[in-house]
Design a binder for this molecule. Structure first.
Ligand code: NAD
Length: 337
């Protein structure tokens, strides 16, 4: 079984280049969302605690089965730990034998950003030049990298309640865009934006963005509202948005739309990709991709990384499964020769 450590993943990303790797992630995800009916899908299995959540996210087609272990603990950064860490496993359906065990903390950031890019491709105005980022924690730079592959961005305004997180983001983003604008509050950050990303972590029903704060024509990508009782947007804003989700069955429980009384969901992202529903229809509408993270996105990046690791001969083999001349003689493994 192949093992992809953080160092192995770094090598893969370096060999392709960050932008090219991100483009591959976006393409793999778009391709898989386009063949939606070929997958066995289910909402993730979530175990909730007052301070966080631990989840298993499986998804499979007829050839490959994948699952991710992931958490969401907003308090963790105060203790020097990430809010979100993850591990992934890819197995072959034919034998059920695992093919690859991978780090998935970085891969989660890449695949979440790829979903943002797909939302932007179908829902943002094509000439969007100004991105606002609310929350500049672990996901932020990946979000910017992905948006740059689908939009002609030249300005990024940003706000985080933690000044250190803003400084960290500025260091990484300063060479990536022409104009970087640190802001003193959310209203300032979003006032001139064509697209807004909310990526904050707090286990509560927040109201970071209201209808009054966003311009007509804005595309919003909300990704920090991803658990029951954990949302970022003023519910009244949702009434003014064309709302798209990843997988309705899961998003109803976990997304911003958990706060909606009546349902006016436009559709699922894959329907925009396969052309059965329109994306943005005019320059005035406010659009929202209510992103919570869906297992198909993990499947796509795991199958991509497995292919790249094979092609580039990166990652090492680990003996975690028995290899026996007589598969019924499992007990022989306990014999010391
Ligand atoms: N939808 C998905 O697929 C997906 C995937 C990964 C992470 N997430 C979620 O995205 C969010 C961000 O993840 P992360 O890994 O970057 O977390 P993080 O803890 O590294 O960063 C979150 C940032 O939000 C800031 N913040 C919190 N409250 C704020 C407020 N009111 N105003 C401004 N800033 C505020 C914090 O200071 C922090 O810097 C989390 O809620 C996480 O659960 C969603």
């Amino acid at each position: 079984m192949k093992v992809i450590t953080i160092d192995a993943l770094r090598q893969i990303v370096e060999r392709l280049g960050q932008k090219a790797f991100m483009r591959e992630v976006i393409a793999a995800q778009e391709e898989d969302m386009g063949r939606w009916d070929e997958f066995q899908k289910s909402p993730r299995h979530a175990v909730h605690y007052p301070h966080g959540v631990i989840e298993l996210m499986p998804c499979a087609d007829d050839t490959l089965y994948a699952f991710k272990y992931v958490n969401g603990h907003p308090k963790n950064t105060r203790e020097g730990k990430l809010s979100v860490i993850a591990l992934g496993l890819l197995t072959e359906v034919d034998s059920g034998y695992p093919l690859m065990l991978s780090e998935m903390t970085l891969l989660t950031a890449f695949r979440t950003a790829a979903t943002t890019a797909l939302g932007a491709k179908y829902l943002a105005r094509a000439n969007s030049q100004h991105l606002a980022l609310i929350g500049t924690g672990a996901q932020a730079e990946f979000q910017l990298l992905a948006c740059q592959s689908v939009l002609p961005l030249h300005t990024v305004s940003y706000y985080d309640c933690d000044p250190q997180a803003m400084d960290k983001f500025a260091i990484h983003a300063q060479t990536a865009v022409d104009k970087l604008i640190p802001c003193t509050d959310i209203a300032e950050a979003v006032a001139e934006a064509d697209m807004v990303i909310t990526a904050t972590a707090a286990k509560k029903k927040n109201r970071l963005l209201s209808h009054q704060m966003v311009r007509p024509g804005t595309h919003i990508n909300g990704l920090g509202g991803d658990c029951p009782g954990k949302t970022e947007l003023d519910p009244a804003l949702l009434d003014h948005c064309k709302i798209v989700v990843e997988y309705l069955e899961q998003s109803r429980e976990e997304g911003e739309i958990q706060n909606l009384g009546g349902a006016h969901i436009h559709g699922e992202l894959r329907e925009l990709i396969n052309g059965s529903k329109p994306g943005r229809e005019n320059d005035q509408e406010i659009t929202l991709l209510d992103s919570v993270g869906f297992a198909l996105e993990d499947f796509s990046i795991l199958r991509l990384v497995y292919r790249l690791a094979q092609e580039l001969q990166i990652g090492h083999e680990l003996e975690l499964m028995p290899s026996l001349s007589d598969p019924k003689n499992l007990f022989s493994l306990l014999k010391v020769s």
